[in-house]
Design a protein around this ligand. Structure first.
Ligand code: FAD
Length: 440
C-alpha cells in the first residue's frame, strides 16, 4: 500500500501525526509539498522562511530514506495527480482552520471520494483540536479566554507520536526542484526549519524559568521566539506545551493556550479575520494615510511605538508587549482601522497568521469578542514600566542613542537645545484620546 502525505503547515518529522500514520499503515510513503501560487502572496519574509523550512525538511526526510516531493500549482489537483502516479490509496493531511484551508479540505474530500482515495485529516496544528472543546452554554467555540483556558488545561491532550526512522519511497519518483530561497525584507530575520526550531526549543527549555517574571521585559527579550516555528509547524505545538508543562512553566503554557484559543475562534467565526466581531464596532475608524505612514515607518515621535515598529522591520518579529503598545497606538490614539494594522503586520511578521494576527488586533482595538473593549494603553506609562531605562528604545532608534535613561521616552520634555539637535520628529497628534501623556 502507498500513502501520500500532503504537508501544509506541519513542516516537521517529529510529532507529525499525518506522517507517522502513513509510515505505520503503508509500505511506501510519499511526502509532498505543493507550491501553491497563492503562497506568493505570502510576505517576502515568510516566503523566505518557508523555503528554508522546506529545504530543511527535504534534508531530514532524505536522511531517513525518503524525500520531499515538490510540485507547483493547485494543491488539490497536484495531490490527486500524484496519488494517481504512485498508485496511492491513502492521503493524509493536517487539519487547519482558516477559510482558505477549509475550502482546500472540502475540495480534497470531494476529489478523494471520486477517486476512491482514503483521505484522513490529522491533528498537529494546535495543542488541542479546535472545536473539540465546546462551551457549556452552547455555541461552536469559546468566545472568552479564561473559561477556555480552564477546560483546555484539564482536557486530555493526545500523545505525541515518534518521528519515523525510515521512509520508503515508491521506485522512480521524481522529487522536483526546490526553487532558490527568495530574499526576505528583514535583515535580522530568523532562519526557518525544523532543525533550527528544535535547536531553539532545546535552548529555550533551559531558560524557561525566567519567563514568568521576564516575559514583559522589553529589553530583556526573554520570550521563546518560537512563534515563526509554530506558525509553519517546524516545531509541534503539543511537544512545546508538553515540555513546558513538565517544567511547571504555567505562564508560558498559558500563552500557548492563547494560540489555540484564536484557532478555535477563527474556525467557528471565520469572519473575525476581516471584520469586527462586535456589531458596528468598525464604523468609527478614521481615514488618515499620513498618520498610518508615520506609524508604519516608526516615525510617530513616540519612541516606544517607533522602537516596536522598527523592530518589526528589522527582525520580522516584534516583542508581544511592543505589539500591544503599537497596535493600541494605531487604533486607540490615531483612530485608524485595525485592519490596516493587520495588513502591515502581516507583511512583515514571520509568525504572521490569520487567527493570531486578527484575533490579537481585535482584542487590542476592542472590536473582538473580549469583555473589555474599552481598554486603554498609555504608551508612556507602558514605556516606563516595561523599558524603565530606555534600553529597548535606544536599541532600535539610533537617533536617540545619546539620550540617557528613561528621558528617552519623552523627548518632548528635553531642554529645547537638546531636543532641537535630535533628528527625530515631534509626537504625532492623537485623534481619539486626549493625549494626556504629552502634557508637561
Ligand atoms: P512567547 O511569549 O514565547 O509565547 C509562546 C507562544 O505562545 C508564542 O510563540 C505564540 O505561539 C503563543 N502566544 C504568545 N502570546 C500569544 C498571543 N497573545 N496570542 C496568541 N498566541 C500567543 N502571534 C502570532 O503567532 N502570529 C501573529 O500574527 C500575531 N499577531 C499579533 C498581533 C498583535 C497586535 C498582538 C498584540 C499579538 C500578536 N501575536 C501574534 C501574539 C504574540 O505577540 C506572539 O505570538 C509572540 O510575541 C511571539 O513571540 P514568542 O514566540 O517569543 O512568544
Amino acid at each position: 500500500r502507498t500513502a501520500v502525505v500532503l504537508f501544509t503547515r506541519d513542516l516537521r518529522v517529529h510529532d507529525n501525526p499525518a506522517l507517522a500514520a502513513a509510515c505505520a499503515n503503508a509500505d511506501r510513503v510519499v511526502p509532498l509539498f505543493v507550491l501553491d501560487p497563492a503562497l506568493s502572496e505570502l510576505s517576502a519574509n515568510r516566503s523566505r522562511f518557508l523555503h528554508q523550512a522546506l529545504a530543511d525538511l527535504r534534508d531530514t526526510l532524505r536522511g531517513r530514506g525518503g524525500d520531499l516531493v515538490l510540485r507547483s500549482g493547485d494543491p488539490v489537483a497536484e495531490a490527486i495527480k500524484l496519488c494517481g502516479e504512485v498508485g496511492a490509496t491513502m492521503l493524509g493531511v493536517a487539519a487547519d482552520v482558516t477559510t482558505y484551508a477549509k475550502k482546500r479540505e472540502t475540495r480534497l474530500q470531494a476529489e478523494c471520494d471520486r477517486q476512491r482515495i482514503a483521505l484522513r485529516f490529522f491533528p498537529g496544528v494546535t495543542v488541542v483540536d479546535p472545536g473539540s472543546l465546546r462551551p457549556g452554554g452552547g455555541g461552536p467555540a469559546y468566545r472568552v479566554f479564561t473559561p477556555y483556558y480552564r477546560v483546555w488545561q484539564s482536557a486530555d491532550w493526545r500523545d505525541e507520536v515518534a518521528a519515523p526512522h525510515t521512509i520508503t519511497l515508491p521506485d522512480g519518483i521524481a522529487a522536483g526542484r526546490l526553487p532558490a530561497t527568495p530574499d526576505g525584507e528583514s535583515p535580522d530575520a530568523a532562519t526557518g526549519g525544523e532543525t533550527e526550531g528544535r535547536r531553539r526549543l532545546t535552548a529555550w527549555l533551559s531558560a524557561i524559568d525566567g519567563y514568568g517574571d521576564g516575559h514583559d521585559d522589553l529589553p530583556g527579550d526573554v520570550t521563546s521566539r518560537l512563534s515563526p516555528y509554530l506558525r509553519f509547524g517546524c516545531v509541534s505545538p503539543l511537544a512545546v506545551a508538553d515540555a513546558a508543562r513538565t517544567r511547571n512553566a504555567d505562564p508560558f503554557v498559558r500563552q500557548l493556550c492563547w494560540r489555540d484559543f484564536y484557532y478555535q475562534v477563527v474556525q467557528a467565526f471565520p469572519q473575525i479575520s476581516a471584520r469586527a466581531y462586535r456589531p458596528n464596532a468598525d464604523d468609527e475608524w478614521r481615514d488618515d494615510p499620513e498618520a498610518l505612514k508615520h506609524w508604519q515607518d516608526g516615525l510617530t515621535g513616540v519612541p516606544i511605538v517607533d522602537a516596536g515598529m522598527r523592530q518589526l522591520r528589522a527582525e520580522g518579529w516584534m516583542h508581544n508587549r511592543a505589539r500591544l503598545i503599537t497596535a493600541a497606538f494605531l487604533t486607540k490614539h490615531l483612530g485608524v482601522d485595525w485592519r490596516l494594522g493587520v495588513q502591515w503586520f502581516f507583511r512583515w511578521l514571520l509568525d504572521g497568521d490569520v487567527p493570531n494576527n486578527s484575533g490579537n488586533w481585535q482584542w487590542v482595538a476592542g472590536t473582538g469578542n473580549d469583555s473589555r473593549p474599552y481598554r486603554r494603553f498609555n504608551p508612556i506609562r507602558q514605556a516606563h514600566r516595561f523599558d524603565p531605562e530606555g534600553v529597548y528604545v535606544r536599541r532600535y532608534i539610533p537617533e536617540l542613542k545619546a539620550i540617557e535613561g528613561s528621558a528617552v521616552h519623552e523627548p518632548w520634555r528635553l531642554p529645547a537645545a537638546v531636543r532641537d539637535g535630535l533628528d527625530y520628529p515631534g509626537p504625532l497628534e492623537s485623534h481619539r484620546d486626549e493625549a494626556v501623556w504629552l502634557r508637561p
